[in-house]
Design a protein around this ligand. Structure first.
Ligand code: GUN
Length: 298
């Protein structure tokens, strides 16, 4: 039986540290005559999870000394009208960063809307030019969740060079950019990366060989203890709501990892909640400050 000392990768601790750094940087920037960063968030419809995410982003703007504008639209808005709104924000000199909360209603092409965002204001890092620059290792806005995970690994001084890294999930938002960042010649990075997804055969063969597993599949408790090598590092990106009669709300949040059974095996693991989710906000806020500086700096 392998016994190891598991350490929690604490999103509360790390995000608090990074938010203090951001607050200080904003104050210094403004003291030097810089403009207060201003984030514009677009929310279409009333998906409860999206409402919660956008609400948290706006609240953090206030906490860190940024301006924010929340634009809400009915789920019936046309793609053309939504793109017009994005273009209006592109041309508004007071706005530094634009984010369109995903997913969008089925009749709207997310690609078309994201492509309409001015790249210099693309603080989600989803625009094709941002993604292309990231792939080539050029300075750009990194997608918020992968960026937050890199900040977390950096904070704990985890040296990922030479590690076998398995990313489960291939979304544009997390899985795909995560594989790029973990394989680049940088620290964190320099890992040997395998991307697994819903069509992967014998997933367990890959995960059992992984020194680090990044789970971004969106299925509750998908990664179980029998899939994890003792001593592995586990990054859980999942935010899944499941029924729980013992809770007043009748439900609770769990990750993509069966935390209770996997945690005792690990060297490091992120909890859900209070793990990666808080780091995503840090990535977004750092991008928004950078956008303001790049756009309005002398
Ligand atoms: N939906 C899920 N994650 C994200 C994110 O990081 N940004 C936006 N805009 N939408 C999301």
């Amino acid at each position: 039986m392998y016994i190891c000392h598991m350490q929690l990768l604490d999103g509360v601790l790390v995000s608090a540290h990074i938010k203090e750094q951001i607050k200080t940087e904003v104050k210094e920037w403004q003291a030097g005559g810089g403009k207060k960063p201003h984030l514009a968030a677009i929310l279409v419809g009333n998906n409860p999870a999206s409402e919660a995410y956008v609400g948290s982003k706006v609240k953090h703007c206030e906490e860190l000394g940024f301006d924010s504008t929340l634009l809400r639209f009915d789920a019936a808005i046309t793609e053309q009208d939504l793109i017009k709104e994005v273009e209006r924000l592109n041309n508004d000199d007071n706005i530094d960063g634009i984010l369109v909360q995903l997913p969008l209603p089925g009749h709207i092409s997310g690609d078309s809307v994201i492509n309409a965002i001015a790249q210099g204001k693309d603080v989600d890092g989803f625009h094709p030019v941002s993604v292309g620059k990231m792939l080539l290792g050029q300075p750009t806005f990194l997608p918020a969740t992968p960026y937050g995970i890199m900040l977390m690994l950096e904070y704990y001084n985890i040296n990922t060079a030479g590690m076998n890294c398995v990313v489960i999930g291939r979304s544009n938002i997390v899985g795909t950019p995560m594989t790029i960042l973990m394989s680049r010649n940088a620290n964190p990075g320099n890992a040997t990366v395998t991307m697994c997804h819903s069509k992967t055969k014998n997933l367990k063969e890959f995960t059992l060989n992984a020194d680090i597993i990044i789970a971004a599949i969106g299925r509750p408790k998908y990664v179980t203890a029998d899939m994890v090598k003792p001593g592995a590092i586990i990054i859980d990106v999942g935010i899944n709501r499941i029924d729980d009669a013992s809770k007043k709300s009748g439900s609770r949040l769990v990750g993509d990892v069966d935390f209770d059974n996997v945690a005792p095996l690990c060297s490091y693991i992120t909890p859900v909640p209070k793990g990666v989710g808080l780091m995503t906000i840090c990535g977004l806020m750092k991008n928004t400050l950078l956008a303001a500086k790049l756009r309005t700096g002398k």
